[in-house]
Write a protein that binds this ligand. Structure first.
Ligand code: PRX
Length: 630
């Protein structure tokens, strides 16, 4: 394969080339794909707009690059292997040929319901192959999918449906998660109360009783009846939208990150191939949910574009026991395993007993994603799962970057615990100080920016381009600002230090503090609240909420429980605060701004390094908060 890197010197050479001549570099990578019409120009860009176009005027369909390009060579190779929640239930395997057939049939079903190129389709589904089929069927006909994590509440789902003006929702009756059976269609029904969605297609997974609204709701198996397995791919412009994925930022409302077709395709395949060093026949397993970007780029698009076998897991790491991940690795002879530090830490807590007796000898490469991996978890992963012989690729990237930006290349880049190491070819990182001055040389620490476009970068935030500009391209001139702090050490290796904005990372899930505060403030007894993150042994960061309440006729305990339920209901259980402290006031400056720095110190328990509190409106409030600390 021409675009595969094999050695460290090869990587360094390609990296230099990708910086010196980016257009030539990416044209060469893109040449190995199938384009219906080649581009007129590789790249047109400015970061003021921002206005970024890759493979200008090229025409293609991403699914032709997954299916038609592979069928003659690897049509019988497993594309998706599905492991259900219940270990006793049968595994499902879909070869490339079978998956193609299902995608075409479902694409025709969507067309029969009037879904066309450019329409937005919400996918709110469990981890079943049909979720991937739904995404690819949308891509086949040029509809824009927006997958919403099935753990989000009806009101979060409703916000997303309304924001993108979705025409259809694809969902299931329910979801098996560990020993629970969770209703999903009922959540959709609640979300749809205020929307104009015309069509809902429901996949039968749990068989639970499900209300169907006549004329709007259809069973998946019924819409498939009689559908042809031939569906010509819609011709897409390289810059046509492929999908929208909502993510949290420092302001209250999640934003719809927009990814387009050509650049996303080229970059996800290129990064998948090179980071994981996938070889033909390998079984690759990424434990993410398709509701997150990791699921989009590295369960569905990247691996399938590369002709890989990608394993999809419906369940949770601890069901029926804490050895489930390791049993699945043994059962499917997984070669490449990609998970999140929070899962590693959670399983580490059970010791090594659940690993004993599992044959993990198929493993060649381990991956980590979603949050900084602490050194202890890194060593545990390396020693007990990788048996000291598997390189760990600690991959740093974001919903907005579309693909992996900084990571070792498996077996090629020497690793260092807790370091994402070096940028991929084409990625021009830049560390800046608070004023935006670039910090050159090694042994520096600052904010992480990117100063040149890459093919899978965010193009806009859906329906609000100004917001995209303000959030990512205005903090520092002519640079994309990631929101992360970073250190470049004496070897030139990068270590991500975590968010520097009002975003917290709970178990690898991004959460805006303002978003959680807004949900807390919905409680009628809440007067004001402030949310910060604090170090949490398993989750990486926990959510700590300081809340001013009207306590009339209430006890502290029942109020705290009610507030937690309120957040669960409004956002979803993943946003439920770990600690809620009822406080008499919040530390504010004379201009009324909450000093979160102080609250963070309280939450972290660093009470002797609170800094200067003399500029506060009411310095005594800090003492009272410290006294009541949880
Ligand atoms: O803070 C960084 C952290 O996760 C953020 C992006 O979150 P999201 O868009 O949900 O995407 C997660 C999966 C790509 C980043 O701004 N993050 C992600 N990967 C790492 C990480 N922090 C440290 N090391 C990583 N490997």
């Amino acid at each position: 394969m021409s675009d595969r890197l094999h050695t460290l010197s090869g990587y360094l050479y390609e990296y230099q080339k990708s910086i010196a001549q980016p257009e030539e570099f990416w044209a060469r990578i893109a040449d190995s794909f199938h384009w219906r019409k080649r581009w007129d120009k590789v790249l047109k860009w400015n970061f003021e707009g921002p206005d970024v176009k890759w493979f200008v005027n090229a025409k293609l369909n991403i699914t032709e690059n997954i299916f038609e390009r592979h069928l003659y060579t690897i049509g019988d190779r497993p594309a998706i292997v599905w492991e259900p929640n219940e270990p006793g239930e049968a595994t499902r395997t879909l070869t490339y040929r079978e998956l193609f057939r299902e995608v075409c049939r479902f694409a025709n079903a969507l067309k029969s319901k009037g879904i066309q190129k450019g329409d937005r389709v919400i996918i709110y589904m469990p981890m079943v192959p049909e979720a991937a089929i739904a995404m690819l069927a949308c891509a086949r006909i040029g509809a824009i999918h927006s997958v919403v994590f099935a753990g989000f509440s009806s009101s979060s789902l409703a916000d997303r449906i309304i924001d993108c003006e979705a025409k259809a929702v694809l969902t299931s009756d329910g979801n098996f998660r560990g020993n629970k059976k969770i209703g999903i269609k009922s959540v959709v029904d609640e979300a749809l109360e205020k929307s104009s969605v015309e069509t809902v297609i429901v996949y039968r997974r749990t068989g639970q009783e499900t209300e169907m609204k006549s004329g709007r709701d259809f069973w998946w198996h019924q819409v498939l009846e009689g559908q042809s397995d031939v569906c010509p791919a819609e011709e897409m412009d390289s810059e046509d939208m492929l999908f929208i994925l909502y993510t949290s930022g420092s302001t209250g409302k999640p934003k719809g990150v927009v990814h387009t077709t050509g650049g996303y395709m080229v970059y996800t395949k290129y990064s998948f191939d090179n980071v994981f060093q996938y070889s033909a026949g390998d079984v690759y397993w990424c434990t993410a949910d398709i509701g997150w970007i990791t699921g989009h780029s590295y369960i569905v698009y990247g691996p399938l574009l590369a002709g890989a076998t990608t394993l999809m897991f419906e369940g949770v790491p601890t069901y029926p026991g804490p050895g489930r991940f390791w049993e699945v690795i043994e059962k499917h002879k997984v070669n490449i395993f990609y998970t999140a530090p929070t899962a590693i830490r959670a399983l580490q807590a059970f010791g090594t007993d659940p690993i004993q007796g599992c044959d993990l000898s198929s493993l060649k490469v381990l991956g980590s994603v979603g949050e900084p991996i602490n050194e202890e978890a890194w060593h545990w992963y390396h020693t007990h799962i990788g048996k000291g012989k598997c390189p760990i690729v600690d991959t740093w990237w974001q919903t907005e970057t579309g693909g992996i930006m900084v990571s070792p290349l498996a077996g090629i880049t020497p690793t260092k615990p807790a370091y994402a190491t070096l940028p991929l070819p084409g990625i021009q990182l830049c560390i800046v100080d608070a004023e935006g001055n670039e910090l050159t040389g090694n042994s520096v620490e600052g904010n992480l920016c990117i100063k040149f476009p890459w093919p899978s970068m965010i193009r806009t935030t859906y329906g609000d381009h100004e917001r995209c500009k303000q959030t990512y391209f205005s903090t520092y001139q002519n640079m994309y600002f990631t929101g992360d702090g970073v250190k470049r050490d004496h070897d030139g290796y990068y270590r991500i230090l975590g968010r520097v904005d009002d975003v917290i990372n709970v178990s690898g899930h991004r959460m805006g503090t303002a978003e959680v505060e807004n949900a807390i403030n919905e409680h009628p007894k809440v007067i004001e609240s402030a949310v910060v993150g604090y170090p949490h042994e398993v989750k990486g960061q926990g959510i700590y909420a300081f809340v001013i309440c009207d306590m009339t006729n209430r006890t502290e305990d029942n109020l705290i429980n009610e507030i937690k339920d309120m957040v669960s209901k409004i956002i979803g259980p993943i946003a439920k605060p770990d600690k809620i402290q009822i406080v008499p006031g919040l530390p504010k400056t004379r201009s009324g701004k909450i000093m979160r720095r102080i609250l963070r110190k309280v939450a972290e328990g660093q009470l002797d390094s609170m800094g200067d509190t003399s500029t506060l409106l009411d310095p005594d409030v800090v003492e009272k908060i410290v006294e009541g600390r949880k």
